[in-house]
Design a protein around this ligand. Structure first.
Ligand code: AMP
Length: 282
């Protein structure tokens, strides 16, 4: 496994022939990231993983400075997983002095995470476009866990004609339903014990939907009620939206994305479930 820190090193190491899969991450890896690596390995001749805590996707007052980092541990996990290339640049390599360009994807970034975290998706879109240009993958792998991010990346790729195939893979969960996340490491034992309420709320939405409920507000209300029973959990948003446009639905008469963001103390967690449809896949 080669570990590259500069753009020049990464370009030189990229295999000239054959298809290359890229798994972009912010590190502090877990089994969710590794599921993307496995999928990429199954589908591509070579696999690259990027590890970069992208400063431009964090807002003022967010957790950039305390975001968990452990590069030696990450590299051990990626070596064991059979990854070929790891791109782990310093922020100054990606954003040198004078850097002045930003990609803003419209529409699908106005709502949900985009409404609560202004500028977040411009940071994501810009860094992902740069990573695609630097690594030049055939395919790039993203998790359904960050559903809106996947929608934004698909739009970026379509609108800018980027020659990359986007693959979205299912969310990996703990046994109690909590979606794996690097941010779970922030949780106190009490918060960790409360956190599965998020998946219970999403499951309540799915059960209602599968039982025939078509009133989106009734589905949102069931999610809110599950979270309201947790004294230390605060709702940022609860949503039942079109999985492609991310606009809120009034009637769930087609596949829908049930999603939510909650705060447990200073920690913000997001999760989602698709109602009436499988994960988007390709
Ligand atoms: P992050 O390091 O949190 O930026 O995540 C890197 C990639 O891993 C993103 O495409 C995420 O959607 C994906 N990911 C994060 N958590 C999970 C999970 N629990 N299951 C599947 N994919 C995940």
């Amino acid at each position: 496994m080669q570990v590259l820190q500069t753009i020049a090193q990464m370009r030189a190491a990229r295999p000239g022939a054959g298809d290359l899969g890229l798994v972009p991450t912010m590190g502090y890896l877990h089994a969710g990231h590794l599921s993307l690596v496995e999928r990429a390995k199954a589908e591509c001749g070579a696999v690259a993983v990027s590890i970069f805590v992208n400063p431009t996707q964090f807002g003022p007052g967010e957790d950039l400075s305390r975001y968990p980092r452990d590069l030696p541990r990450d590299l051990g996990m990626l070596e064991a997983a059979g990854v070929d290339l790891v791109f782990a640049p310093e922020p100054s390599e990606i954003y040198p002095p004078g850097f002045a360009t930003e990609i803003r994807v419209g529409g699908v970034t106005d709502v949900l995470e985009g409404a609560v975290r202004p500028g977040h998706f411009a940071g994501v879109a810009t860094v992902v476009a740069k990573l695609f240009n630097i690594v030049q993958p055939t395919r790039a792998y993203f998790g359904q866990k960050d559903a809106q991010q996947s929608v934004v990346i698909r739009k970026l790729v379509a609108d800018l004609d980027l020659p990359v195939e986007i693959v979205v893979a299912p969310t990996v969960r703990e046994a109690d339903g909590l979606a794996l996340s690097s941010r779970n490491s922030y949780l106190t034992p009490e918060q960790r014990a409360a956190a599965p309420a998020i998946f219970r709320a999403l499951t309540a939405a799915r059960v209602l939907f599968e039982g025939g409920e078509r009133d989106a507000e009734a589905v949102r209300q069931a999610m809110r009620a599950t979270i309201a029973a947790e004294p230390d959990m605060r709702i940022d948003y609860v949503s039942v939206a079109d999985p492609e446009t991310l606009r809120e639905l009034s009637t769930v008469d087609r596949a829908a994305l049930a999603s939510m963001a909650v705060r447990l103390g200073a920690t913000r967690l997001i999760d989602n479930l698709l109602l009436g449809g499988e994960a988007a896949g390709r």
